[in-house]
Structure formats: C-alpha cells, structure tokens
Design a protein around this ligand. Structure first.
Ligand code: AMP
Ligand code: ZN
Length: 131
C-alpha cells in the first residue's frame, strides 16, 4: 500500500528499534539529528487524524517509552515529537508516523521555527474552534 507498509511487510529493510503486534519503530533514513526515529502503526492509516484511537494510543505509548530511552541512551538534551498531516504540513509518506527528533543544542542540524503570523482575532477564533 505504501513504503512504510512495505517496511512492516519486510519487503524493504529498516533499522528497527522496537516492534510489537501493533507498532513498529525504526531509524529515519534521513537522520535530521542523530537518533531521529519514526514510530508507526503496523496497520496502514493515512495520518494522525485518520487513525482510530487504539492505533493512536499504541503509537504514542511507544513514542513516550522509546523517547525516554533514546534521550537517556544517546546523550540528547531535548527532543521533538511531531507528526505531519498532509503535504501542506510536510507529510511525504502517507502512513501515520510520529517523529522523535533528539536535540543536542539550539545550533544542531534541526531547524523548526515558529514565526508569528498576522494578528488574529482570538475571541472569534475561540468561538469558531471550541469543541
Ligand atoms: P514526513 O515527511 O513527515 O512524511 O516524514 C517521512 C519520513 O520518512 C522522512 O523523514 C523520511 O526521511 C523517512 N523515510 C522515507 N523512506 C524511509 C525509509 N525507507 N526508511 C526510513 N525512513 C524513511
Ligand atoms: Zn502504509
């Protein structure tokens, strides 16, 4: 179905760090920083918002456990946990995955910048977005 399904099926090799019946974790081939890791559900779903809550919880449980382990094992000083949804947000593989990106210092090879946009009407946004 997709390249990550091929990894789950063993058709493409990966440097696996964790595996159970539902979840697989492996090193990202591009290593934005040393130890950059992906956690995926074995069953295909397109992205975080599209998967069922059991899948999501299984992935996030492993992300937390492996995140702690990587932090302790590799000497990182911080970590990003992120999941891109759709191309507009930089998703290039359409199979839900969580990135663990260890950070060593502010000047390492990972750049994630939050630039403020034009001023927003927060009152209107609250009305529009409250669940
Ligand atoms: P995203 O851009 O959020 O969809 O992330 C997809 C990630 O998958 C990228 O960081 C790629 O480097 C990574 N990737 C693509 N193909 C492979 C592969 N065969 N093995 C490991 N990581 C991969
Ligand atoms: Zn897939």
């Amino acid at each position: 179905m997709c390249i990550f399904c091929d990894i789950v099926a063993g058709k493409i090799p990966a440097y696996k760090l964790y595996e159970d019946d539902e979840v697989l974790a492996f090193l990202d081939i591009s290593q934005v920083t040393k130890g950059h890791t992906l956690i995926i559900p074995k069953a295909h779903c397109d992205h975080f918002l599209a998967c069922d809550s059991e899948q999501m919880q299984a992935v996030m449980r492993v992300a937390q456990r492996l995140g702690k382990h990587i932090m302790e094992s590799i000497g990182a000083n911080g970590m990003h946990i992120l999941s891109n949804i759709h191309e507009a947000a930089g998703q290039s593989v359409p199979h839900f995955h969580v990135h663990l990106i260890p950070r060593y210092d502010e000047n390492d090879s990972c750049v994630i910048t939050f630039n403020p946009s034009e001023k927003q009407n927060l009152e209107q946004l609250q009305k529009q977005l409250t669940l």
